[in-house]
Write a protein that binds this ligand. Structure first.
Ligand code: IMP
Length: 429
């Protein structure tokens, strides 16, 4: 099983970065397939912390090739800054390649992200303000500028001139003054020169790698319920973080995916707006936030925290065809005497067992909880399942039984070695 997709099984921030870093060491290629620098992946190596927004979290492994796939939207300045910062700390990094099909994020996208949010008033999505939504809007409207044209100077000039005229009309509608061509074109032409050598036909490369049986790891960003189609629309991101997105965003067909691991926290968090049935806007939520240091890697915003929602998690397992779960941050729950987990929802007097598609219905559901015993022990030193206290093991069994999905890996701390592999057969086979 040489191809593995790692996705966020909840609303993002499930600690995918650490898992991609750990498994990326065993892969020949690590590929991001959706989103852009709205993502924030943290990797801890010894005492050093790295935060990646665009670079695949496996860039630290010299023998791994990191790929930014065609399904992404890329801020060139952000990418070059991140690359430089990482190179300053590590002389040797893995090779980086960028798909010519990935779209470029320009200053007007960021500006429009803010103006569109402002115009939404009380219905704000709470975006990361990185211009992600507007860049995907251009892609769907078929006027976006792709990496392949960005790095060809004459082509870039022509396309940028066309698109800026359209964007300036839009900016005027929002009451904003138009942007000047010259300054932005000059600045971005510099970025294009710096990035040109990274742009290569990665779809072809990956298809060949799959045929040759090389190990390829697809690194999801955000999470399942932020997916444009499968998530809690309209409070979603504008791309496809689900496992299906790995095919769309890289040129690899569905039958070439061997294994899907869904990363889920032992509780639930969400940033930005939108319904969150098990949210604890109270002392319990605050305690999870403090114990788990639940603040955004990209925006620094405090994350909304709540109990584990097994209704949502089971749905995520199904819609991603998940082979196994990677359960993270179990250690954060230490010290809670009781741990409620949602096993159903009540809506208008009936019990339902999955997320309603309608956002207003989802906002009205009342979770039905089953309460499990907590444990006082600090779990960070555990290195096998048997090192865990009995209630923690019961918590894991309950999750696997309810979701009908085995737990393949357990992460009980940020360090690489705070990882317990329970089912190696579900990873690379
Ligand atoms: P956007 O992706 O910036 O357009 O934001 C849309 C929604 O997705 C907002 O609720 C963001 O908070 C959320 N979001 C985007 N990226 C991430 C992420 O990496 N982790 C968690 N939430 C995210």
């Amino acid at each position: 099983m040489p191809t593995l997709v790692i996705i966020g099984a909840q609303w993002g921030d499930e600690a995918k970065g650490k898992i991609v870093d750990v498994l990326g060491a065993e892969a020949r290629y690590v590929v991001r397939y959706s989103g852009g620098n709205n993502a924030g992946h943290t990797v801890v190596v010894a005492d050093e912390e790295f935060k990646f927004h665009l670079l695949p979290a496996a860039i630290l492994h010299e023998s791994t090739v990191s790929i930014l796939g065609g399904g992404m939207v890329i801020c060139p300045k952000g990418l070059l800054d991140e690359l430089r910062r990482t190179q300053e700390r590590r002389a040797a990094l893995g090779r980086l390649l960028v798909s010519p099909a990935a779209h470029v994020v320009f200053p007007y996208h960021r500006l429009l992200d803010e103006l569109e949010e402002e115009a939404r008033g009380a219905n704000k999505i709470g975006t990361t303000s990185r211009g992600i939504g507007p860049a995907y809007e251009d892609k769907v409207a078929r006027i976006g500028i792709r990496m392949g044209e960005f790095v060809r100077p004459e082509r870039f000039r022509r396309r940028f001139c066309e698109v800026l005229a359209v964007k300036n009309r839009l900016l005027r509608m929002f009451g904003h003054e138009p942007l000047e061509f010259d300054g932005i074109f000059e600045e971005y032409s510099g970025y294009a020169r710096d990035l040109a050598s990274y742009v290569e036909d990665t779809d072809r490369l990956l298809q060949d790698a799959v045929d040759a049986g090389d190990r390829v790891l697809f690194e999801g960003a955000q999470g399942t319920f932020l997916d444009l189609d499968s998530g809690t629309y309209p409070y979603v991101t504008s791309s496809h973080p689900t496992a299906g997105g790995a095919c769309l965003g890289t040129g690899v067909g569905p039958r070439s995916i061997d294994s899907v691991l869904g990363v889920a926290k032992a509780y639930t968090t969400r940033v930005g707006s939108g319904p969150f049935p098990t949210e604890q806007d109270n002392g319990d939520g605050e305690r999870i936030r403090q114990q788990g240091n639940e603040y955004g890697t990209t925006t620094g915003r405090g994350r909304r925290c709540g109990w584990l929602d097994l209704v949502a998690l089971r749905q995520s397992c199904r819609l991603n065809s998940m082979s196994g779960l990677v359960l993270t941050r179990l250690d954060v729950l230490s010290g809670f005497e009781r741990l409620p987990v949602a096993v159903g929802y009540a809506l208008d007097g009936s019990r339902i067992d999955q997320l309603p598609t309608d956002i207003e219905d989802l906002a009205r559901v009342e979770p039905v909880y089953e309460t499990l015993d907590g444990w006082p022990d600090d779990l960070q030193g555990a290195r096998t399942l048997d090192d865990l206290p009995r209630p923690a093991r019961r918590y894991l069994e309950f999750i696997a039984e309810f979701t009908r999905t085995p737990i393949a890996i357990l992460s009980i701390g940020p360090a690489r070695d705070a990882t317990i592999v329970l089912r190696p057969d579900l990873i690379w086979g």
